[in-house]
Design a protein around this ligand. Structure first.
Ligand code: ADP
Length: 252
């Protein structure tokens, strides 16, 4: 019997956007932040989103991660259509199935490292699996620091705590917004190698917004946005190729 070519199913994708548009404001003041964006992110891949300022990157990330609702079109996380969920369900999905990493780390200063990392589990009323916790701490290189407060750590270490927190729920996707924006070159490199590692070694899916070509080059592919529309992609990106594309798209 001939082999059928296996078609991709929803299980192969962590996030899908189908013709997503987002309009802010109305009538005369309306701004089309996203214009019919369709994209599919395969599980276990690392995707960077780039584009000039105002091109819609944050709006794209917010819609993909259920932080904002599209004006039209649909967003799927695995086989769940986010656009159909009510606020309570959406909050639940964000908490349980999406890991967030922000430029400013967003750790709670009154909690120690271990408490910050396990907070998503406590919020979801789930037990901590000590073995997985140890695995995550080892992966992010924070084994000996778990009793420290965030203020006793460097920026790079704080971001690694945030990455551990993002992983603790085994999310369908880890969403990162300028994760190295506040870090020096050396710490940035460590954080990006860690993100690369969670994709390669743990099979995680990472979606990252950045304006930096070197940061973007750690991804498997870069998708470009211009004026709210997809403006091509670049598989196996190098910093020079990314920079050339960005120059082509206009001012950064
Ligand atoms: P980027 O992240 O690429 O800089 P954004 O997604 O922040 O782009 O913004 C895309 C467009 O939408 C811009 O023109 C911006 O001014 C507009 N925009 C973003 N958020 C809002 C908002 N809450 N209200 C009105 N306009 C917005």
């Amino acid at each position: 019997m001939p082999h059928a070519v296996r078609r991709a199913t929803s299980a192969d994708y962590s996030i899908r956007l189908a013709s997503v548009s987002k309009v802010y404001g109305s009538a005369k003041t309306a701004v089309q932040a996203l214009d019919a964006v369709s994209i599919e992110l395969r599980r276990g891949t690392f995707t960077a989103v780039m584009g000039p300022s105002g091109s819609g990157k944050s709006t794209f990330l917010n819609c993909a991660a259920g932080l904002d609702r599209p004006t039209s079109g649909s967003v799927w996380l695995g086989d769940v259509e986010l656009s159909r969920l009510n606020e309570v369900q959406l909050t639940e999905v964000r908490r349980q199935r999406i890991g967030f990493i922000f430029q400013a780390y967003n750790l709670l200063g009154s909690l120690n490292v271990e408490e910050n990392v396990t907070l998503p589990l406590r919020l979801a009323d789930k037990k901590t699996d000590p073995e997985f916790l140890r695995e995550v701490f080892t992966a992010v290189g924070l084994g000996e620091h778990f009793r420290r407060r965030p203020s006793e750590l460097s920026g790079g270490q704080q971001q690694r705590v945030a990455i551990a927190r993002a992983l603790i729920n085994h999310p369908d996707v880890v969403v990162a917004d300028e994760p190295t924006g506040a870090l020096d070159t050396r710490s940035s490199k460590q954080v990006l190698e860690l993100l690369r590692g969670i994709v390669d070694d743990m099979g995680q899916t990472v979606l990252m917004v950045t304006h930096d070509p070197v940061t973007a080059s750690y991804a498997d592919s870069v998708v470009f946005l211009a004026d709210g529309r997809l403006a091509g992609d670049l598989p196996r990106p190098t910093p020079d190729q990314v920079a050339a594309r960005m120059t082509h798209l206009g001012e950064w």
